[in-house]
Design a protein around this ligand. Structure first.
Ligand SMILES: [Zn+2]
Length: 362
């Protein structure tokens, strides 16, 4: 995620913090300072930092459990709304998904239990000092962890409870049906949440909209990966495409743009080697800022993702989430074609209207 700073990494997972989270901390510190002075400011910032440390531990509960099933996650990003762990993929086995989903809230329960035990150990001698700021901090932190566990167990995507529900349903039903039912229940919860929010906390309305959209998105993603199951990249690959030469000038790139309706153009070097992508917008930008005889190469996006033709199609879905097109290459890196979102959408359309359709066999 852009605008994030890396704090450090643990067992191969980088912990990153988004700039907006630092702004939130600064704002909380500032408003506490204005109402209660420097000590109040320090305590509020400390409290929020501790809560978010628990959020990171919660995410590591998911990540370390997922790793046991061979799923890696490269980073966690801390946002003002919580932590986001980007898992490589979700497990298809419902038992694995259930354990991964439960591991996060379980961490919060363990932290809360440990804190309550610690408070209990302090309490007998110190019942008279309930205003002791440290005891008070532990109590509040324990309560916050109970809240985190309960909030995450709301049975709606993207909360862990939504995944628990889907996993339990998927033990009896197909994954697609289980997702559809779990998404419906989640959207029902979103309505109730939003309705309650109308009479009280406007923040609830905001969360409700977020939950509603996440449920719809999850159902769509599962339908897409279900429809593309068993298909390969070459089944969805566009092969009748115009490529631009690495050595071409801007004028030649514009000619190619005019000759086709393509949105994305692969750029190839010697032996058809895939060098990157140029979009229509890139070419127009080059035209506006440079002479038509100038080389187009500096405008090529070299970080464009690639994939091999024999790879499974859902691998390309992950890459298409971050790029408009993926270059399909052979073992030597030579261009074979492009996979675009539109191309995948067409394949899904065909596969869902004719499940028996055999791709790539004429
Ligand atoms: Zn979680």
């Amino acid at each position: 995620m852009r605008w994030s700073l890396t704090l450090g990494s643990f067992k191969g997972t980088a912990v990153r913090i988004h700039v907006t989270f630092l702004l939130l901390l600064a704002w909380i510190g500032f408003s506490a300072y204005r109402s209660g002075g420097p000590i109040a400011a320090r305590d509020s910032v400390l409290f929020i930092t501790l809560i978010f440390t628990c959020v990171v531990l919660h995410e590591f509960g998911h990540i370390l459990t997922a790793r046991r099933f061979g799923i890696v996650s490269k980073e966690i990003t801390l946002l003002p709304i919580g932590g986001v762990a980007s898992l490589d993929h979700m497990p298809e086995n419902p038992y694995e998904e259930l354990l991964i989903a439960l591991a996060g809230p379980a961490v919060n329960i363990v932290i809360a239990a440990a804190l309550f035990l610690a408070i209990g150990a302090i309490e007998p001698g110190a019942l008279a000092q309930l205003d002791d700021p440290h005891v008070n901090l532990f109590t509040r932190l324990a309560a916050a962890n109970v809240f985190l566990a309960l909030f995450n167990m709301i049975p709606a995507f993207p909360m862990d409870g939504g995944r628990v529900l889907r996993a339990v349903l998927a033990m009896r039903l197909s994954r697609q049906r289980a997702t559809r039912i779990a998404a419906l229940i989640g959207q029902g919860f979103a309505f109730v949440l939003g309705f309650l929010g109308l009479f009280g906390n406007p923040l609830l309305v905001f969360i409700a909209i977020f939950v509603y959209m996440a449920a719809a998105g999850e159902a769509q993603m599962t339908a897409a990966s279900e429809a593309t199951r068993g298909l390969k990249v070459e089944d969805a690959m566009e092969t009748r495409i115009a490529a631009i030469d690495w050595g071409a000038d801007i004028g030649a790139a514009v000619e190619t743009l005019l000759a086709t309706a393509q949105e994305e153009f692969p750029v190839v070097g010697a032996n058809k080697r895939f060098m990157g992508l140029l979009s229509r917008a890139d070419i127009i930008e080059a035209l506006q800022t440079q002479d038509r005889r100038a080389p187009v190469a500096p405008f090529v996006r070299k970080e464009a993702p690639t994939i091999e033709a024999g790879a499974s199609l859902d691998k390309s879905l992950d890459k298409l989430a971050f790029a408009p097109a993926v270059g399909v290459v052979d073992g030597a890196g030579a261009l074979l074609g492009l996979v675009t979102r539109q191309g995948v959408a067409e394949v899904i359309l065909i596969a869902s209207s004719r499940p028996d359709w055999s791709f790539g066999k004429g």
